[in-house]
Design a protein around this ligand. Structure first.
Ligand SMILES: CC(C)(COP(=O)(O)OP(=O)(O)OC[C@H]1O[C@@H](n2cnc3c(N)ncnc32)[C@H](O)[C@@H]1OP(=O)(O)O)[C@@H](O)C(=O)NCCC(=O)NCCS
Length: 146
């Protein structure tokens, strides 16, 4: 019986994994969603937490990040890997990291098409829709208190 997992998720390090993480984000946000390069990259990558999903062969297939203020962002799974639970696993790890850091609430700016994805993890939409990087977003929050 083959028990090799389809993919794995682990905490990542920008110094060590940054090239792989950036490649995913470039493919998903810049190429697929037409986010301008200038808006995709910021100084926060060097100081925040990151997660990486890897296929069985080690190829990087998904990522996300947790800022020092508890905000989650840059959730991206390569197109060919969507719908197989990679996003769920990445978000669960990011929420666990936010708890480990002592945050009492998790916040994020959700692209409106992904509202249902975040709702499944308990996030609630707050406020009106707004445009960020040319894409409609809504702020969502999740209480982390026990
Ligand atoms: C959003 C994204 C990260 C989800 O990753 P994924 O690996 O496809 O998600 P999963 O397979 O773990 O899906 C988890 C659940 O959310 C649902 N879901 C996933 N993407 C969804 C979407 N865009 N809209 C509605 N539901 C979605 C799935 O149906 C699944 O439901 P289930 O558990 O009942 O089967 C991925 O679609 C992506 O990278 N999109 C492009 C970049 C993007 O928009 N990022 C979000 C920025 S806020």
């Amino acid at each position: 019986m083959n028990t090799t997992p389809l993919f794995t998720v682990r905490r990542a390090d920008w110094q060590r994994d940054g090239v792989s993480l950036a490649a995913i984000r470039r493919e998903v946000f810049v190429v697929e969603q037409h986010v301008p390069e200038a808006e995709e990259w910021d100084a926060m990558d060097a100081v925040c937490h990151h997660v990486i999903a890897q296929a069985g062969d080690g190829a990087a297939i998904g990522t996300g990040r947790l800022l020092t203020d508890g905000r989650i962002g840059r959730m991206a799974v390569l197109k060919g890997w969507r719908g197989r639970g990679v996003g769920n696993a990445l978000l669960a790890e990011l929420i666990a990291m936010a708890r480990d850091d002592g945050h009492r609430e998790s916040r994020l700016h959700a692209q409106t098409h992904a509202l249902a994805f975040y709702r499944q993890h308990g996030y609630v939409a707050v406020g009106d829709e707004f445009i960020e990087a040319g894409i409609p977003h809504v702020e969502m929050r999740l209480r982390l208190t026990p």
